[in-house]
Design a protein around this ligand. Structure first.
Ligand code: ADP
Ligand code: MG
Length: 232
């Protein structure tokens, strides 16, 4: 599956994999992701949503759109088939308006995940050291405060544990102000699986699980983005 996805993207001269493609590859690598399916019409989106169970989230599926929310391409908390069909049209319309040249595959339909502590796991490549795995808390912690930890691959269990502990926001994970502590073991496991996955796929240039929802009993990636290296 993973190799097929990469081959198809290369054939289309595409470096950005869609969320659906990225999640398929990650799932195959044993990483927990929200199940996500492609719909190519409002009716099909409503049908998939009914099968998955409400509430659902709809997002633009395109190899040309990097930031789906910024493009008006994300609608969360949809509770009925009617809302889903309407959201499909709304997403297509606003993305077409903002990115008239983008090739749109359709809309990704997925279950709305229950709220958790938002974290980010990523990989980027350093010119000198190669693949580096990144861990941080989601939202303003990463964007504003740059509260993140990096390690060069391959990572060992101890590296993953240290990365999680060294961010300033660590108390957010251990039960800050009466919140439930999250399953740190599962986060370590996810970080190690990402390290392993990118080690086995040098054709991946960049990877982002943003956000991952961390719970007291597990963790799940609700968004995923993979960018491929230039082919040669
Ligand atoms: P973007 O391309 O803009 O990063 P995301 O897929 O990350 O798009 O969606 C934007 C936000 O919507 C996420 O940060 C998250 O808070 C929320 N979200 C996305 N998917 C889900 C989901 N399946 N369940 C719950 N919330 C979600
Ligand atoms: Mg995201």
């Amino acid at each position: 599956m993973t190799n097929q996805i990469i081959t198809r993207a290369r054939k289309e001269s595409r470096k950005l994999l869609t969320e659906i493609e990225s999640k398929q590859m990650l799932k195959e690598a044993g990483i927990n992701v929200v199940e996500t399916m492609l719909a190519t019409s409002p009716e099909k989106a409503a049908g998939i949503a009914t099968e998955l169970g409400f509430p659902v989230v709809l997002k633009i599926a395109s190899g040309d759109i990097v930031h789906k929310s910024d493009a008006g391409g994300v609608k969360i908390g949809l509770k009925t088939a009617k809302q889903v069909a309407k959201a499909y049209d709304g997403i297509m319309k606003s993305v077409r308006q903002k990115f008239p040249d983008a090739k749109l595959q359709g809309v990704a339909v997925q279950k709305m995940a229950r709220p958790g502590v938002e974290v980010i796991i990523g990989m980027s490549k350093d010119a000198q050291f190669g693949p580096m795995v990144m861990f941080g808390l989601g939202g303003i912690f990463v964007e504003l405060l740059k509260d993140v930890a990096f390690r060069i691959t391959p990572l060992e269990k101890r590296d993953a544990a240290e990365m999680i502990k060294e961010i300033k926001g660590y108390p957010m994970l251990t039960g800050f102000r009466g919140q439930e502590p999250v399953d740190i073991g599962k986060l370590e496991d996810m970080i190690l699986k990402i390290s392993d996955f990118v080690e086995h796929h040098p054709e991946i240039k960049e990877l982002d699980l943003n956000p991952v929802f961390a719970y007291k009993d597990g963790a799940v990636a609700v968004d995923a983005r993979i960018i491929l290296e230039d082919s040669n």
